[in-house]
Design a protein around this ligand. Structure first.
Ligand code: B12
Length: 216
C-alpha cells in the first residue's frame, strides 16, 4: 500500500470509528517503521478533525463523536510509547507540567503534545485533563518546572488559561514559570492578550517554542 493510500485509510477508519482497524493500522505503522509523526499529523488528526466538522454540520451526533474519539485514543495509546522511545537527547531539555484546564475533558491533543515533548528530551509531568488551576501551580512549584503547558479545546475553558496567568500574578509567581498555551480555539493573539509566554499550533511546533522559552 502506498503512503498516501495508507494515510487515507487511517483517516477513513477514524471517521467511521472502526477501532480494531485503527489499532491495526497503528500497529502496522510501528512494525513497518513508518514516520509516526507523519502518520499522526496527516492521517489520524485530519480524520478526527473531519469528525468534528461532520458533528458541527449536524451529520454526526454525540455517539459518533465519542466512537471516533475512542478509536483515536486507542490508536494513539499504541503509538505514544513508540514516540517517547524515539528520545533524541538523554539530558533533560527542561521540566514541563502539562494538562488540560478544568472543565475540559479533551486530552487527545494534549497527550500528543506531552509525548512529543517527552520524546524531545523534556521531563514531562502530565496532570491529565480537567485539572484545577491551583494544581498546575502546586505541581510546578513541587517539581521546580520551567514551563507550564495548558491545553483547552472549548471556547468556554480557554478562559482557564487566562485565569491561571492571573493566579500566577496574584501569587507573585508570574515570570517564574513560563506559560505556553494551545488547543484548537487558541491562537497567538489570545496568547498575547492574556500574557502567555508562548503559543504553538501543534505538537511539533510546541517543541521549538518550548526550547526557546526554556532557554530564555
Ligand atoms: C474528539 C472530540 C471530543 C471527545 C474528546 C475525547 C478525548 N478524550 O479527548 C469527546 C467526545 C469526549 C468530546 C466531548 C465534547 N466536545 Co469535543 N471534540 C472533539 C473533536 C472532534 C476533536 C478534538 C481532538 O482530539 N482533535 C485532535 C487533536 C490531535 O487535536 P487538538 O486537540 O486540537 O490538539 C492539537 C493542537 O490544538 C495542539 N494543542 C493541543 N493542546 C495543546 C497544548 C499546548 C500547550 C500546545 C502548545 C498545543 C496544544 O497540538 C495538538 C496536536 O497537534 C473536536 C473538533 C476539533 N476540530 O477540534 C471537538 C470539539 C472540541 N468539541 C466540542 C464540544 C462542544 C464538545 C462537548 C461540549 C460536546 C457536548 N455537548 O457534550 C464535549 C465537552 C465536554 C467537556 N467538558 O470537555 C467543540 C468545541 C466548540 C467550542 N467552540 O467550544 C468542538 C470544536 C467540535 C465542534 N466543531 O463543535 N469531544
Amino acid at each position: 500500500m502506498k503512503n498516501e493510500e495508507f494515510l487515507n485509510k487511517v483517516k477513513k477508519e477514524i471517521i467511521e470509528g472502526n477501532k480494531d482497524e485503527a489499532v491495526q493500522l497503528a500497529q502496522r505503522a510501528i512494525a513497518e517503521k513508518m514516520d509516526l509523526t507523519e502518520v499522526i499529523e496527516k492521517g489520524f488528526i485530519p480524520g478526527i478533525k473531519k469528525v468534528g466538522q461532520l458533528w458541527e454540520e449536524g451529520e454526526y451526533f454525540l455517539p459518533e463523536l465519542i466512537r471516533s474519539a475512542e478509536c483515536m485514543k486507542a490508536a494513539m495509546e499504541i503509538m505514544q510509547p513508540e514516540l517517547e522511545k524515539a528520545q533524541i537527547d538523554v539530558r533533560s531539555a527542561g521540566k514541563i507540567v502539562i494538562g488540560t484546564v478544568e472543565g475540559d475533558i479533551h486530552d487527545i491533543g494534549k497527550n500528543l503534545v506531552a509525548s512529543i515533548l517527552s520524546a524531545n528530551g523534556f521531563d514531562v509531568v502530565d496532570l491529565g485533563a480537567d485539572v484545577k488551576l491551583e494544581t498546575f501551580i502546586e505541581k510546578a512549584e513541587e517539581v521546580n518546572a520551567n514551563l507550564i503547558c495548558l491545553s483547552a479545546l472549548l471556547t468556554t475553558t480557554m478562559t482557564g488559561q487566562k485565569k491561571l496567568i492571573e493566579l500566577l500574578k496574584v501569587k507573585d509567581l508570574y515570570g517564574r514559570f513560563k506559560v505556553m498555551v494551545g488547543g484548537a480555539p487558541v491562537n497567538q493573539k489570545w496568547a498575547d492578550d492574556i500574557g502567555a509566554d508562548g503559543y504553538s499550533e501543534n505538537a511539533l511546533a510546541a517543541v521549538s517554542t518550548a526550547k526557546k522559552l526554556v532557554e530564555k
